[in-house]
Write a new protein. Structure first.
Length: 117
């Protein structure tokens, strides 16, 4: 089992920045992939970004490319999401996720990000 705990959400004006953090604990040795998803009110959860723990290969949703950056500190079992040039449509609950055998399996409780216009 892997436990994930997010932090760093909040209220920010459009054009501003926030950094989210996610600390993983438990059986993290077998984690290959970590990522961020978001869910806005009335919408389905959507993929935001992911990173391969070994090697650091990243992947982003088209809607956040060039604005968001995912990174990780494996020594701290922590993954970050730096969000710049935030837009009102980025408002959502952001959740951290990690895989089991390369399938998304573990989820954090989420942190609210609200971008005001």
């Amino acid at each position: 089992q892997v436990q994930l705990a997010e932090s760093g959400g909040g209220l920010v004006q459009a054009g501003g920045s926030l950094q989210l953090s996610c600390v993983a604990s438990g059986r993290t040795i077998s984690t290959y992939l970590m990522g961020w998803f978001r869910q806005a009110p009335g919408k389905e959860r959507e993929f935001v970004a992911s990173i391969v723990r070994s090697g650091g290969r990243t992947n982003y949703a088209d809607s956040v490319k060039g604005r968001f950056t995912i990174s990780s500190d494996n020594a701290k079992n922590t993954v970050y999401l730096q969000m710049n040039s935030l837009k009102p449509e980025d408002t959502a609950v952001y959740s951290c996720a990690s895989d089991r055998s390369r399938v998304w399996a573990y989820w954090g409780q989420g942190t609210q990000v609200t971008v005001s216009s």
